[in-house]
Design a protein around this ligand. Structure first.
Ligand code: MF3
Ligand code: CO
Ligand code: CO
Length: 259
């Protein structure tokens, strides 16, 4: 069941989204070679709580940390560890969900650790572009499949592949609501987008092939071919006017967008 949000509820989700943006901007600037993924977790957790939020990944279905920190061939759900040290040349995906006043926001980015290969730089760029291609399609009256089609087409036309085993999702009072938002698909298929829908669009894109598997830790998802993978996610509302508002990107304005 898709839960539509009224303007008051959208305003609360906007506040949560803006807090998460503020947190992630600081986390991005904090990342450097030599620190561990547990350092990233601790810093993020502290920023969320200072902002009055609750890190809702912690304890979610038993997940043991406040962020997901996934390196190179790890697609998503990497568990932060004091044993995992960031080294120059790696790419790190950080995915965070928080709640503010009972409303969730969910966003992720992939950052280079120091200087990385041109291929990895391209992967990060294409993944962000895939998000924007998907977001541009998130108009009232379109369908969920229009988003996935746009993401997949952009990935494949740039020599990358879109991971299929995981999807974006609705979001609201709960981190995960209906509908599923796949990063592949056919135009004109799936649930219709309506004003008041709030969804996470989160392309997971790899330089290799799309099949993935889960590690024995029960969480970490890695590419089967061990090619690097990147992740980029925002929480998006379909506004009463019918256009997509990026709740986790304050100040974004489609008029100025060059997506
Ligand atoms: N933030 C993730 C998402 O994009 C969910 C993380 S799984 C958790 O849907 F276990 F870490 F919470
Ligand atoms: Co997320
Ligand atoms: Co998500």
């Amino acid at each position: 069941m898709i839960i539509l949000k009224n303007p008051d509820q959208l305003a609360k989700m906007r506040s949560a989204g803006h807090l998460l943006h503020d947190v992630l901007a600081q986390v991005r600037a904090f990342i450097r070679p030599g620190m561990t993924t547990m350092d990233v977790n601790a810093y993020t957790d502290e920023l969320i709580r200072k902002g009055g939020g609750i890190p809702t990944e912690l304890g979610y279905e038993g997940y043991p940390a406040s962020v997901c920190a996934s390196i190179d061939d790890e697609v998503v759900h990497g568990i932060p560890s004091p044993e995992v040290r960031l080294e120059e040349g790696m790419i790190l995906s950080v995915d965070v969900t928080l709640a503010l006043d009972g409303w969730q926001a969910d966003s992720a980015f992939t950052a280079p650790v120091g200087k990385v290969s041109e291929q990895k730089e391209k992967l990060i760029r294409v993944t962000e572009e895939c998000f924007w291609q998907g977001a541009r399609a998130a108009l009232s009256g379109n369908r969920i499949g229009d988003i996935g089609f746009a993401v997949q087409r952009h990935a494949e036309s740039n020599g990358c592949n879109s991971v299929r085993a995981l999807t974006g999702h609705g979001i609201g009072r709960h981190m995960h609501e209906d509908p599923a938002v796949p990063n592949y698909g056919e135009p004109g298929h799936g649930p219709r987008l309506r004003p008041g829908m709030t969804i996470c669009i989160e392309p997971m894109i790899t330089l290799g092939k799309w099949p993935v598997h889960q590690l024995a830790d029960g969480w970490t998802i890695v590419t089967n071919d061990h090619q690097p993978s990147a992740h980029y996610e925002h929480t998006v509302a379909i506004t009463p006017q019918g256009y997509p508002e990026i709740l986790t990107l304050p100040g974004h304005d489609w008029k100025g967008a060059q997506a």
